[in-house]
Design a protein around this ligand. Structure first.
Ligand code: ADP
Ligand code: ZN
Ligand code: ZN
Length: 722
């Protein structure tokens, strides 16, 4: 005889990733046969589908909601109760991120979980967890695998390090203060070593402590990963150090996530997404290169992983250590002396390890060089000299492709993209015109499409053309072994295939390359020991950009690039950073010459204060997309007017500024017109309250007939690109 079904009693709130902007932004109610603790993962029916969800903290409003008729509620399909529930602080982090960045909590929560969780049964999960537990237990009592991680520098792993006085000082301050900390250390000052020491100490202090180490882009900073894996893998077992980034397969991501969630992983190394990793014993969060813009998400919830790290540290009572040679002006400002209102403790390491010196910065005044020359004669001579000595040079230019525009020499035709407000870039290697925004790629026409003139010529210069030019200019230069010069280009075009970047970097490391040409990709984190000359071919553009953060980004890029040179003590005295500029006395370059970040930051902060810009004010952007620019702007302007007509938003208008809608700097991409509206307030709390109240206004404005053509809109809180 079949058993009668058990009575279903418990009312359970479940957070789901419901479609964006649907009415069901909060948790939904389901029935379960027993109360499930908040944080439990469940599978629930929604319409015809079954979705992964997280049991959420009961919300009092819903408990008393009279529209909830238990007879109409559906039971959950399954509880993944083999997994320990997600912790209260994890849930608090999700709730905070969702409300601060103005997104649905379900979207943020589900985006933070590995996609493969959706497909596993509770049984399969239980089996995976058992395997992890075994591995973790094995690691703690067997001798460690002595093999260093692939690519790791063996001596880093095994030899004890004698810390520099600056490192010792910084570590001692870290030990005796709660933080958060900003480690302001020159490139090559040994920040990574400090990170590892602080990590080692916290891991040793308690047998289940976990550390989260965040890096901007993992394939751009492979050495940090290698060093952590080498040092801690040999100590705690290689399974105890896991990675978390979007380049991993779904299966790898699931394994890392489970290892972190179950506590088997002691160290999680990851990109911005890792800030949401479930780590029940989190004791320390490290944010390396904290100034890097890639910590800010560009889609979905546009969160800043660096800012969330600070918040998470408070929630979990974990220390937070940010590090950079060129901190973001926000973090720099937060780390001013406590007496002036600073909230972070600034730790400084101004000197490079050993006798390694920062490179000499040389500015070439391009107004005194042959007209329209790209590599000035003195720079060329300096590169040739390095080659003859068997040293490496790095030349960077922030533009890939051969030439940014193709132009008819007769008429006005230029290689505009028909779908975007941008030119298509000429790529000589496959003779295509490619739009870097919508991806449109076409063969280069034989003749001008407008007038038939066969003479169409490249205008301007990208890395591909720079590489060609350098090959030409250095054709007669010889390496010490008498061989011709070897030039390698590294940019998004040469590294499209998996493993290509690693292979190219390995080539540079083994010394097979004399001149490395590339975009800013090569200026970041790599530890190229034999590079003694770094040159920025055309850095001036950013000096006069309309984006108020452009100068900050340029300074940091050039400092990072300069930091690539002179890392090898035996050749350090010769290392140089060259800048080709029409504005050699610009204060930014003056500060760079002195490697004086504090002076640069002080002058920038003064300007920002006078102009009431971040960090002295708080901003949000609302962006809208439509087929026409008028529609996109009309939507924003209507929503802005409506804010004045509604009591809760109107009350806040005196404390903030709503600017008129304007086209975005890239106004059209793939035939979609984009507009934006800036909202600014001297108070973060006021801005937050306004945005929360304004959400409803934006939704109802969108429903108006005149806004029918609006395809999408989104709020970006603390936007980086304006
Ligand atoms: P940063 O991260 O500040 O650029 P790193 O931590 O990469 O600097 O250190 C630069 C180099 O100095 C690395 O090769 C590192 O192994 C080495 N190093 C760091 N600390 C010490 C130390 N105390 N003694 C000797 N070498 C060190
Ligand atoms: Zn023409
Ligand atoms: Zn395009």
């Amino acid at each position: 005889m079949p058993q009668p079904p058990a009575p279903i009693t418990a009312l359970t709130q479940v957070l789901l990733h419901t479609p964006a902007y649907s009415q069901m932004a909060g948790a939904l109610s389901y029935l379960s046969d027993a109360p499930l603790p908040p944080g439990t993962l469940v599978r629930v029916p929604l319409g015809q589908r079954e979705l992964l969800g997280v049991v959420w903290d009961p919300c009092p409003a819903q408990a008393t909601d009279t529209t909830l008729d238990p007879a109409r509620l559906r039971p959950i399909a399954a509880a993944l109760d083999a997994l320990p529930p997600l912790s209260a602080s994890w849930r608090a982090l999700i709730s905070f991120a969702a409300s601060y960045y103005q997104r649905a909590a379900g979207e943020v929560a589900l985006a933070a979980l590995p996609p493969q969780l959706r497909d596993l049964s509770s049984m399969q999960l239980a089996r995976k967890l058992k395997k992890l537990a075994k591995a973790a237990a094995g690691a703690s009592d067997t001798p460690k695998n002595p093999l260093p991680a692939p690519g790791a520098n063996a001596d880093i792993a095994s030899q004890p390090v004698v810390l520099s006085a600056e490192q010792r000082q910084v570590i001692s301050e870290f030990q005796h203060n709660p933080g958060p900390f900003l480690l302001f250390g020159a490139t090559g000052s040994g920040k990574t070593e400090v990170f590892m020491q602080c990590t080692a100490e916290l891991l040793a202090a308690s047998s289940d402590a976990q550390v989260l180490v965040m890096v901007p882009e993992i394939n751009l900073t492979p050495q940090l990963e290698d060093r952590f894996k080498a040092r801690f893998g040999s100590r705690y077992g290689f399974d105890a150090v896991v990675s978390m980034h979007s380049g991993m397969t779904p299966a790898q991501r699931l394994n890392s996530w489970l290892a972190a969630h179950s506590g088997a992983a002691r160290i999680v190394l990851g990109t911005r997404m890792a800030v949401f990793a479930s780590m029940p014993r989190l004791k320390l969060i490290i944010v390396d290169e904290e100034h890097d813009p890639s910590y800010k998400s560009g889609e979905g919830a546009r969160y800043s992983a660096r800012d969330l790290a600070i918040y998470r540290g408070r929630l979990e009572d974990a220390k937070v250590l940010l590090g950079s040679a060129t901190p973001s002006l926000e973090s720099w400002h937060h780390s001013r002396p406590a007496a002036e209102g600073g909230r972070y403790l600034r730790l400084a390491m101004p000197s490079r390890i050993g006798s390694g010196q920062l490179p000499l910065v040389r500015r070439v005044d391009m107004s005194h060089q042959p007209k329209s020359c790209v590599i000035s004669p003195p720079l060329l001579a300096a590169i040739a000299q390095r080659i003859a000595r068997g040293e490496q040079s790095m030349v960077f230019l922030n533009r890939r492709g051969y030439a940014p525009v193709l132009q008819c020499t007769d008429c006005d035709w230029k290689s505009e993209c028909p779908h975007c407000s941008a030119y298509r870039v000429f790529h000589k290697i496959d003779r295509t015109l490619r739009c870097h925004h919508c991806g449109l790629s076409e063969r280069v026409p034989r003749a001008c499409p407008a007038c038939g003139n066969p003479d169409i010529a490249p205008l301007g210069r990208g890395t591909e053309r720079l590489e060609e030019l350098l090959a030409e200019l250095l054709a007669d230069t010889r390496r010490p072994d008498g061989q011709p010069v070897r030039i390698v280009r590294i940019d998004a075009d040469t590294t499209r295939h998996k493993g290509a970047l690693e292979a190219q970097l390995a080539q540079v490391h083994t010394g097979d390359v004399d001149v490395l040409v590339g975009t800013q990709m090569i200026a970041k984190g790599h530890d190229f020991r034999r590079i003694t000359l770094v040159a920025a071919v055309n850095p001036d553009n950013a000096l006069f950009s309309s984006d108020f953060r452009a100068a900050e980004r340029l300074f940091s890029l050039l400092m990072q690039a300069a930091g690539r040179a002179g890392r090898d003590e035996t050749v350090a005295h010769k290392s140089e950073m060259w800048l080709q500029t029409f504005h050699p006395t610009h204060p930014l370059y003056e500060a760079l010459k002195r490697h004086d970040y504090p002076a640069f930051a002080a002058s920038q902060l003064k300007e920002r204060q006078q102009a009431a810009m971040p960090p002295f004010s708080f901003q949000a952007l609302v962006r809208a997309e439509a087929r026409s620019q008028e529609t996109a702007q009309a939507f924003l302007n209507l929503a802005s007017q409506a804010a004045a007509g509604q009591a809760d938003t109107a009350a806040l208008l005196a404390q903030l500024t709503l600017y008129p809608a304007v086209p975005m700097s890239m106004a059209r991409i793939a035939d979609v017109e984009r507009a934006q509206m800036l909202v600014e307030s001297p108070s973060r709390a006021v801005l937050q309250r306004f945005l929360t109240a304004w959400q409803g206004v934006l939704h109802s404005t969108r429903a108006l007939p005149e806004c029918k053509g609006v395809m999408r809109w989104a709020i970006d809180v603390d936007p980086l690109n304006i």
